[in-house]
Design a protein around this ligand. Structure first.
Ligand SMILES: *Cc1c(COP(=O)(O)O)cnc(C)c1O
Length: 495
């Protein structure tokens, strides 16, 4: 069963929380207790088998047969490598490549599976409603969600992204999606404004009722949905098993994990894996210039009132890390009342401060750091020079923060750097880092140039992206989003 982080909702089953996405009046669903799992039991499993086993532990009211079907996505050819998540060894750490899915970023790991879980949940609940997926994206979620949900019967997906706040490749990927049930909206604002507008729609009782009259129901493909987080736990077990099999660690030796962080979903999945019993020592939370989390771990103050930077790692340009609420819930000893107060303060004043005790609990097994864009560039260049390995601009943040961590702590433990995107997805930034020159050609040319410079292969999904036909884009302000739903979706059936 699942409960709300704000103590404001009755406990719900897995199917219910996946269908709902988030607690309607604010708050996120978390499992009432975490099941234990032994990595040794899955040493000889395929990725799909491991995923099914772990997901079955959590999704107790979803038929196992549906879960079996869902996890087939990892072996039916959508992932470009036979091992969907390779662990690649470098000189003093290993890189977990989460970007072999259909959109070349780690969001595929969960968003390929979520539509199946959602369809099954709706079926399990016996409701015959069309599911309207609303998703705010800082770039990668959008395309991954569009790919996951495209032409899935009974679903319709609307993606909102900040105009000018995503990379040319990301925008192009979204606008070239071919499907009957997808809509892409560019919002004149930043990611947090997109995300807040979407959250407001979710918590509007009036809109929900209007939708019900049309036999529709909202759900979310953002990482606030439990169905997004759960598939992410799987690859941490997979990473551990591979590290063991490769002889990087001894049986049950603890390793560290470094995660380039935005909405705190990916690293939270690692935290849950550790709570389930996976031998993880420290989790290292890496931020870019938008270092609201790094500052929080220093001071205990979460303060979103600060300049917002557009960086070369746009998927981490976030000041309100939604999933951090789930972490605070655990760190506060599951104190829903406190969490509610903090998030009410965040909504009204843009900041909150936790007490000493909670901060200490937050820091237990978690280290946070950040790095600026210059360091991202030099890290990409140096790692390529030393190891012939190409980091994308998000993974480079993680690598640099790991180097800082090692310097400051001297911790020699084996460490896994989580790689969240193919370098080709952020080709211009990567190319500029390698050549130390700014690149003024077209975005499509940067992809080709990066291939020529390094000999690395372009992922299929990015090949010829800029020659594909694009659809007209809908542009609106954050204030207009609500009207877009009520008028265009419900009345005119236009979206
Ligand atoms: C989404 C994303 C992140 C941030 O992940 P969170 O789960 O939001 O912390 C990092 N890198 C890339 C490439 C992403 O797409």
């Amino acid at each position: 069963m699942y409960e709300s982080t704000r103590g404001n909702f009755s406990t719900k089953s897995a199917a219910e929380v996946i269908a709902l996405g988030m607690v309607p009046q604010g708050g996120l669903f978390v499992p009432t207790a975490l099941p234990k799992a032994r990595w040794q039991d899955y040493q000889n499993s395929t990725y799909s088998q491991l995923a099914a086993a772990l997901m079955n532990l959590f999704l107790t009211d979803i038929p196992s047969a549906d879960i079996e079907k869902a996890v087939k996505v990892y072996e039916d050819g959508r992932f470009s490598s036979a091992n969907p998540v390779p662990l690649v060894g470098l000189a003093d750490c290993s890189v977990l490549e989460l970007w072999h899915g259909p959109t070349a970023a780690f969001k595929d790991m969960a968003l390929q599976v979520l539509p199946y879980l959602l369809s099954s949940s709706i079926k399990t609940l016996g409701t015959e409603q069309e599911v309207i997926i609303l998703t705010a994206t800082s770039g990668d979620t959008g395309k991954a969600a569009l790919e996951g949900f495209k032409d899935v019967p009974g679903t319709r997906i609307i993606v909102f992204y900040p105009e000018g706040g995503v990379s040319p490749v990301q925008e192009r990927q979204m606008l070239t999606t071919k499907a009957q049930n997808t809509t892409v909206v560019a919002v004149k604002g930043n990611f947090d404004q997109c995300q807040n507008a979407v959250k407001d729609i979710f918590s509007s009782e009036q809109l929900r009722n209007e939708l019900l009259e049309h036999k529709m129901v909202f759900s979310s493909a953002n990482s606030i949905n439990w169905g997004r987080l759960l598939p992410q736990i799987v690859y941490y077990f997979w990473a551990y098993i591979q590290a063991f099999k490769q002889g990087k660690i001894k049986e049950n030796e603890k390793l560290n994990i470094v995660v380039p962080t935005g909405n705190f979903g990916n690293i939270l999945a690692a935290y849950y894996a550790r709570e389930m019993g996976l031998p993880i020592a420290n989790l290292i939370c890496a931020s870019n210039d938008n270092k609201v989390l790094a500052d929080f771990f220093q001071t205990g103050i979460y303060d979103s009132n600060r300049p917002f930077y557009l960086t070369s790692s746009p998927s981490m340009d976030i000041l309100i890390s939604s999933n951090f609420e789930r972490y605070l819930y655990e760190a506060s000893g599951r104190n829903g009342k406190k969490v509610r107060q903090w998030y009410e303060q965040l909504a009204s004043s843009g900041r909150f401060e936790v007490d000493r005790e909670v901060l200490t609990a937050c820091r237990d097994g978690m280290w946070a750091g950040w790095c600026d864009q210059q360091a991202v560039k030099s890290t990409i260049k140096k790692v390529y020079a030393d190891s012939s390995y190409l980091l994308d601009s998000h993974t480079a943040v993680a690598m640099k923060v790991y180097q800082d961590y090692r310097e400051k702590t001297g911790d020699p433990a084996f460490t896994v750097i989580v790689s969240t995107a193919s370098p080709f997805k952020f080709a211009q930034s990567v190319l500029e880092a390698l050549t130390e020159k700014s690149f003024s050609g077209k975005a499509g040319e940067a992809v080709e140039r990066l291939k020529d410079t390094t000999g690395w292969e372009i992922p299929d999904c990015l090949e010829n992206l800029f020659e594909k036909a694009i659809r007209e884009k809908i542009l609106c302000s954050p204030e207009e989003i609500n009207g877009l739903i009520t008028n265009d979706l419900l009345k005119k059936k236009f979206l």
